[in-house]
Design a protein around this ligand. Sequence first.
Ligand code: TRP
Ligand code: ZN
Length: 883
Amino acid sequence: MRTNQPQTIYLSEYKVPAYLVDTVDLRFELFEEGARVHSTLAVRRNPESTEGAASLRLDGDSLKLERVALNGEELVEGDDFEEIGGQLVITNVPAQFTLTVVTWIEPQNNTRLEGLYKSSGMFCTQCEAEGFRCITYFPDRPDVMARYRTRIEADKLSCPVLLSNGNDVERGDLENGRHFVTWEDPFPKPSYLFALVAGDLVEKQDTFKTCSGRDIDLRIYVEPRNAAKCEHAMDSLKRSMRWDEETYGREYDLDIFMIVAVDDFNMGAMENKGLNIFNSSCVLASQETATDLAFQRIEAIVAHEYFHNWSGNRVTCRDWFQLSLKEGFTVFRDSTFSADMGSPTVKRIEDVTLLRTAQFAEDAGPMAHPVRPASYMEITNFYTLTIYEKGAEVVRMIHTLLGPDMFRKGSNLYFERHDGQAVTTDDFVKAMEDASGRDLTQFRLWYDQAGTPVLAVSDDYDAERGIYSLRIQQSVPDTPGQTGKKPQHIPFALGLLGAAGEALPLLLESGDKAAGAPTERVLELTDASHTFEFHGLAQRPVPSLLRHFSAPVRVIYPWSREQLVFLMSHDLDGFNRWDAGQRLAVDVIQSLVGFSDDAGVEPRLVQAYRALLGDLALDQALVDKMLQLPSEAYLIELAASPDVAAIHRAREQVFHHLATSLREELIACYHRNSEAGTYEVTPESIARRSLRNTALAWLLMISDDTGRDLALQQLRDADNMTDRMGALRALVNSDYAAERSKALEDFYERFQDDPQVVEQWFAVQSSSDRAGQLPQIHALLTHPAFDWKNPNKIRSVVGVFAGQNLAAFHNPDGSGYAFLADQVCRLDDSNPQIAARLVSPLTRWKKFAPAYSSLMRSALERVRDKSGLSADLYEVVHKSLGG
Ligand code: TRP
Ligand code: ZN
């Protein structure tokens, strides 16, 4: 029935490789019916290895072996080598030798999108984490670093462009209308950074002058129809290159940097040395086809992949347990970059929203794991929010504890000390310690303990002595396989506000002078319980806790609604202003769960929102964020045993009540933010469009005819996708059924030839409780534009339905769960990586109210019992069923 149980790999069993590879010489013969890969490796025994074995073990997956030769001598199967459990084991090898391996692969039939595959007629690769072994036999682990030389041969007509890592050193014509290009990468790299692209692509070219005056040739390769959609990515690339020089002192190293866009891609993008490969949706943009959100996402991902050139490629991971070494650090870097390019407060709000909604849920679920996991079955299951987002928070905390100057010293030391090496998260922390002189021993627990720490905060005010005391108790919850955890080292940023909203000086000793005293401090929590005293306070202050979200923790404090309203309008930390608003809205919605009328909607919430809509002094991007009600997903995450339907109803009630009460203000907000002007992607104009679309969505939510007319007008007049999509989304989520279908039809008609826009069109329907009920979702799956081989399409229908259309997905009859189980099973045979990601909403079954959880569980069991279950899905399903 099932495949054999996949093996568990343990960090504690790490051994250095027995053999090293100095150079890899590759020759690819690409044909329509397959590809032949000739690989010649210069191999030598690793002097650091204590293993006595004289056998060389190479990884391989889905390969047809044609030839093996050692120092030019043909090897014989059975005598000289064996294929065991996917590995090629070559016996009795000398201490140093040349090994030649020839394999035959079929890129055109590769639906897993790992290794070499075809996407829209073009050959491309994805080797992280273990895809190189789908190309040839190789010690496919990141601590084997080699210099690569790659010759690609293909048909000149169908594949005029032939790319690989490094510099092109030779090219020429061959017989039968074929040609070749040879690439040489001077930097030793692990196999997961290898890349190859061959196809009919056009090139958008630019140059960048580095800080030391070198000219770098920048190229973005896309299909000819996308030629006009590269400008934003190119600008983003140049900004990233400049920023990394200025902020980290990191200069680019090769003479050429290439980006290629491919339509079929399992993730967002990949940092292959000198040849980044991107999911088309993460690189292509134009005013007419991409929303502001897409523009920002592209900038962030281009930056992320570019930054990997140092944090990932020059210094790479010793093994996959260290994945956060490159991902956590690089997310921290791209997040700071985005903050510098726009509004730091808004960027922080976005990052924390993702973290608290999705990473906290992961940390509380069956797949919870530390930033540095101790074991895994299938590494692709560990490209998680914990590794990326929590990993970035851990680096951010080091930055907070050390301060910017020491942090920079630490990162310089890290890059210098480990350039060209494959290292561990511990090496990273050590460099930070050595540069700063700080002891991060306890801090390291952030890498090893899973689960989100909880801080219970209580306070007291002694009027007579003028002392305000704050008690903070921390605990780290149990997670699968980890109990009885130790207190962690937590930076806790704090401010205190006086009655008029003024920032009060934070005096830790009774004699301290108020003048010049800081009004914000980072308290360092190291024990299970701390009490801090603040002196010289004439009145009880209002605390502003965990400013900037200085640590990825849950804070429990008995805020009164009055305090929250006060903080919403007075806190000097923009992040905490937003957070106070979120907490107030959460409190109001939670108090309505289970009640059926909106009589109980807190009038202070309405007043606060009215004030926001009229506050023109405040950064409008922040106003826009503050107007967004907490998502259903976040409300579910916060609830102990969520009844999804009740949460959905309560949130809708609050929405309706607010929109009805604020109708005039919303219409005014819409018009105020509509003044015509040329389209720009700047923080100000993004905020303007977003506010206007928020107002529109709220008006349509209450079936306001003025709102409907504005939406129809906006659809007619829009000169950009943000406005067009804003209007479409508002209509789709409204009760104007006729307008909704007309708008959807027109939209499709107009954009049907643009895959990225069609993906948005799918998503706007799948996420809607009006247009995305199950029968409609089924219809989308049979739509001519839907494609089971394309991960983006699958994500935009199935993923969005299960992840964003929560009331429909959690239909109490279980139909949403059964639907997801069906699609996951279907997908597992063609693309197990995507199947294992898609199933994740079901894995949270234990959290839900019993009526939901039993149905979720049985859907999951059905997946477990599928025949030929992949290792990817096996791990996720078995771990979440608890066995
Ligand atoms: N290293 C990539 C990044 O974060 C992630 C990635 C791209 C990936 N493609 C993948 C991970 C395929 C696993 C499988 O930038
Ligand atoms: Zn990355």
